[in-house]
Design a protein around this ligand. Structure first.
Ligand SMILES: Cc1cc2nc3c(=O)[nH]c(=O)nc-3n(C[C@H](O)[C@H](O)[C@H](O)COP(=O)(O)O)c2cc1C
Length: 264
């Protein structure tokens, strides 16, 4: 029989948890100060250099993120080389132009700020980690259903860690930018050779941060009563297809940017 070693020293692991008293307003306020002030900008001070320690502090927050099966299916590539950043950003600027021509009607942001962004972390995962979650791997319909869920578990896990990193960056005083416009295979094939990423590994997003080039602003938030349901789904919040379509047509561009004319 194989010997099973506990993964942690239990006494030490318990000692590592330091929760405040229940309902601690002080800790809540400290957290919310960071949460509220995590704001997106898409152009940063190009002359600022992020100390390596700040990258470490930010990724330390990511490391503590929760994940399905505690698989921690994430890898973070800190890109400091200016030439590499410029090469990576070329894809995004081209994609931005392509989208404009393809008439997707999506108010595509300006990706030129990527090339000179001081903080640049490529977030990767190995999609084979889905096998760490409940799957059958027998090619059946049932297995497809479980695989779909396993993929969601994986993506949610990486997003959770990424969010912690964004908050840590905000806590250090940086403005942030979460870039996901890279799911397309083309983006993967552009970036993998530049960063020496094996083909099994997928780039999921880029965490960009730095001091802002212009004054940052807070974007619109839905009021709590629009999103919180108590005990049952409140049908007042259900949008039919036409309402949803109308929202996308008339509101989306107004909530993504300061105003419709000022795409940033
Ligand atoms: C999952 C996710 C994907 C995003 N993808 C992009 C992206 O590809 N490009 C971009 O410019 N911004 C992207 N954003 C940033 C959002 O546009 C931004 O968070 C949103 O407009 C709210 O603004 P705030 O971050 O200032 O609160 C993304 C954010 C999240 C959480």
């Amino acid at each position: 029989m194989t010997e099973t070693t506990p993964a942690v020293d239990l006494a030490e692991a318990e000692a590592q948890v330091d929760l405040p008293p229940l309902g601690s307003q002080e800790r809540y306020d400290a957290l919310m100060q960071v949460v509220r002030n995590r704001v997106t900008v898409r152009k940063f001070d190009p002359d600022y250099v992020v100390p390596d320690d700040h990258f470490r502090l930010i990724l330390e927050a990511a490391r503590h993120g929760p994940s399905g099966a505690n698989a921690q299916p994430w890898q973070f590539i800190v890109v400091r080389d200016a030439a590499l950043k410029a090469l990576i950003s070329e894809y995004f600027v081209a994609e931005q132009r392509f989208r404009a021509k393809a008439k997707m009607k999506f108010p595509t942001p300006d990706y030129r700020g990527l090339a000179t962004a001081p903080g640049f972390v490529v977030v990767c995962s190995d999609m084979r980690w889905v096998n760490a979650f409940p799957v059958l791997n027998d090619g059946s319909d049932l297995d497809r259903m479980y695989h779909e869920n396993a993929e969601r578990i994986l993506l949610q896990s990486v997003a959770a860690a990424t969010m912690s990193a964004h908050l840590a960056a905000a806590a250090l005083g940086y403005t942030v930018w979460w870039v996901t416009a890279i799911g397309q295979e083309e983006a993967q094939t552009h970036m993998r050779p530049l960063l020496g990423i094996p083909e099994q590994i997928s780039v999921l997003d880029i965490l960009v941060f730095g001091p802002p080039a212009a004054k940052p602003y807070k974007r619109w938030r839905r009021p709590p009563e629009e999103i919180i349901h108590w005990d049952r789904y409140n049908p007042d919040h259900f949008m039919n297809d036409a309402e949803l379509e109308d929202w996308i047509k008339t509101r989306r561009h107004r909530v993504m940017f300061k105003d419709a004319s000022k795409v940033d």
